[in-house]
Design a protein. Structure first.
Length: 259
């Protein structure tokens, strides 16, 4: 617990960026599992540099902290619980030009033959994207389609209830959406891998209201519990908040440490 307090305090005091969460496509469109979940509490901290284009144009130092653990759930199958929180703040000439806070919590229950069920909660605050608060409550099912020595593929399908509260005069927006998630991994060798993650959301009330998030990356180990990741992200929102662009991109180089 002392380590947890120290890490949270460090991230808060250094004002590290939430942009490090590039690979959290699953957190937004399904359940949270960016950290390897074990029976013992496992923690991870990542540091790196990120470049953003679109609604924000920044190059900054950034970081993320995650924790996770698992217990026995339904019929003796594994139940994964994961939580993540992050903060992001950048300033130029004493003026804040980007700021974001997030919190994510999820439960993932394995059932049988690679099938699973999940529930999740996601909170976002980013006034530079016009979100005073955004809450997402999700639930759905998933399937590990295949897992071989070098290749793996999993898919998830669910529904999510969204509450969007804006910083301008736009009225609060609530809607139910269909969510889809696909994740592919290719293990190049024992220490490196390539991956692609795609998430999508479609508003049941208005099919023109949809968004797609794609992340590709390369990860390799440099020492025990230490890894380097290079990632790129493209986010497309067909109906963004008033005054904001449809497309945002991010690229990042980061160092991760698990303990």
């Amino acid at each position: 617990m002392k380590k947890l307090v120290i890490i949270v305090a460090t991230i808060t005091s250094c004002m590290l960026a939430d942009d490090i969460k590039l690979s959290d496509v699953e957190a937004k469109y399904a359940s949270k599992s960016t950290i390897e979940v074990t029976k013992d509490l496992k923690q991870s901290i990542n540091l790196g540099f990120a470049n953003t284009t679109g609604n924000t144009e920044t190059l900054n130092l950034n970081g993320k902290y995650t924790l996770g653990f698992s217990t026995l759930g339904y019929n003796g199958q594994e139940l994964k619980t994961a939580f993540e929180t992050s903060a992001y703040l950048t300033k130029n000439n004493g003026i804040t030009d980007n700021e974001e806070y997030t919190a994510k919590l999820s439960l993932e229950q394995h059932i049988i033959d690679g099938w699973l069920g999940y529930t999740s909660f996601y909170w976002l605050r980013n006034t530079f994207r016009n979100f005073d608060n955004k809450f997402v409550f999700g639930a759905g099912v998933g399937k590990e389609v295949f897992k071989q020595e070098k290749h793996s593929l999993k898919m998830k399908l669910g529904v999510a209830y969204n509450i969007e509260q804006y910083t301008n005069d736009q009225p609060e927006h609530t809607f139910v959406a269909l969510t889809q998630y696909i994740e592919y991994h290719y293990h190049l060798n024992e220490i490196s891998s390539f991956y692609m993650k795609i998430g999508a959301l479609e508003n049941f009330d208005d099919f023109d209201d949809y968004e797609i998030l794609t992340v590709t990356g390369f990860n390799f180990s440099v020492a025990e519990n230490l890894s380097v990741t290079i990632e790129g992200e493209v986010r497309y929102d067909n109906l963004p908040p008033v005054g904001f662009t449809k497309t945002d991109t991010k690229s990042i180089v980061r160092i991760g440490y698990d303990f």
